[in-house]
Design a protein around this ligand. Structure first.
Ligand SMILES: [Zn+2]
Length: 450
């Protein structure tokens, strides 16, 4: 009897689920897709899977809160421009060639990030007037990494063929080779984004930062929602805002409604901890509320102002925020309060990442080119040496001659290709020519012999 009840229950819950799926007819959006996951529930899942995570997460939150307080006291200037190198891991199955998103399309995603995180997006004019004063740039330049973990040149995109047909957020499979995924690159040097067939109609998910960073820290994105040009079949999600949203989580930003099922802050609900994003619950149960399991998320693109149970009067909730679930062409703003959190993250858990030099090409090659472009002749010489600097774009060179005691006997700043160094007054013997172009420095041995 009990078993029958159980089966009946299972059948009913399946029917309810099917109905919910069929009812996703929120205005404007592709009905079968959801932007992101409930961050509170996801964090609890991660902590359940790895009981040591909670301590690292708590450390990060503590440091972030301390940095925010410090910033308030310092009235810190907002001029710092941060640099963040990205590596995309594209997981593709030969049965679905579209999964192999082109490098050109991925570059459009980097462009979108640089627009949205510097308030250079063309739709800032759509930010309603009451929200304009809190809108801000995050002063972050994103790049595709140019140096890989072995010091070799890279496009910043790893294409990994996989036999997996779909990936899941519950087991983080995109990040593990044994599940068809690709191994993370050092999260202290690269921001990792996996692009794959993320199952379940989910567009993306991300991990909040920990201290130290976990070896799974990054975002996983559905392959049909990359960039703003190329293979983009989902009309509501074709402007690259899925990644703009997910990178927000990597910077410790939360959904403005707090993933608390429609409750309001101060009345049992959580919020995003940001003062200048209005309180939000969206218990409206209208066409912009996806269903009971939306947890207070707003979908589609409501007309402004859109009020709800937590922000009952105009200007209502900030459904235009990048951390919302609204359509790509509906979101256009990050706030100063969100920026304060991101700044704290970049001066705390991401301190190493924003100091990473992997946006630059490998030193080895550049240094080699610099070194091989320099010739000194004749050598040995009775005193006069020609130092020839053949590199195309290297001005502002310094030529320094040192004796065996390491003493500088000649120092010359030069923009010329051919330079004569006269050591006729020096004794016979070995000398060092140190040539510097501001970035690289090489040392060559010469001999005075007469
Ligand atoms: Zn999200």
């Amino acid at each position: 009897m009990r078993r029958i009840y159980f089966l009946l229950l299972l059948l009913i819950s399946n029917l309810v689920f099917a109905q919910n799926t069929a009812n996703k007819n929120f205005a404007g959006s592709s009905p079968d897709f959801t932007r992101c996951v409930n961050m509170q529930e996801y964090e609890l899942l991660l902590e359940k899977q790895d009981p040591t995570r909670k301590a690292r997460r708590d450390s990060a939150v503590k440091v972030i809160n301390e940095k925010i307080e410090q910033q308030k006291q310092d009235h810190k200037a907002e001029a710092t421009q941060y640099t963040i190198p990205i590596v995309f891991h594209v997981l593709w199955n030969s049965a679905t060639p579209a999964e192999k998103i082109s490098l050109a399309q991925i570059k459009t995603q980097v462009k979108v990030l640089n627009q949205d995180y510097n308030r250079l997006n063309t739709d800032t004019v759509k930010t309603p007037a009451p929200f304009q004063p809190v809108a801000t740039s995050f002063h972050i330049t994103f790049c595709l990494a140019q140096t890989d973990p072995n010091g070799n040149a890279t496009t910043g995109v790893v294409y990994k063929q996989t036999t997996a047909t779909a990936f899941s957020y519950t087991n983080n499979s995109a990040k593990y080779p044994f599940q068809g995924g690709d191994t993370i690159w050092d999260p202290n040097k690269y921001l990792n984004i996996w692009v794959c067939n993320l199952g379940g109609g989910l567009l993306g998910y991300s991990e909040l930062p920990t201290m130290p960073l976990d070896n799974t820290y990054g975002s996983v994105i559905f392959y049909e929602a990359i960039g703003d040009s190329g293979y983009l079949p989902l009309a509501a999600y074709n402007l690259g805002r899925t990644v703009s949203h997910e990178v927000g989580h990597l910077l410790n930003l939360h959904h403005p409604w707090g993933d608390d099922g429609g409750l309001c802050p101060g009345s049992g609900g959580t919020d995003d901890g940001v003062a200048d994003t209005p309180p939000e619950g969206n218990g409206n149960n209208d066409s912009y509320t996806y269903n009971a399991s939306s947890n207070g998320a707003t979908f589609g693109c409501p007309p402004f102002p859109y009020t709800d149970n937590c922000s009952t009067t105009s200007p209502g909730i900030m459904f235009e925020n990048f951390m919302e679930y609204t359509d790509d062409n509906c979101m256009n703003i990050f706030t100063k309060g969100q920026y304060a959190i991101a700044q704290a993250v970049m001066s705390g858990p991401l301190l190493n990442l924003v100091a990473s030099t992997t946006c630059n090409p490998p030193n080895g090659i550049e240094e080699y080119l610099f070194s091989s472009s320099i010739s000194i002749y004749p050598n040995p010489s009775s005193g006069k040496f020609i130092v020839s600097l053949n590199q195309e774009n290297s001005t502002h060179n310094t030529i320094e001659v040192l004796n065996l005691l390491g003493q500088t006997i000649v120092k010359l700043n030069t923009d010329k290709q051919n330079n004569t160094i006269d050591l006729s007054g020096e004794q016979n013997g070995l000398y060092f020519f140190k040539i510097t172009n501001g970035t690289y420095s090489i040392v060559k041995k010469i001999m005075v012999l007469r």
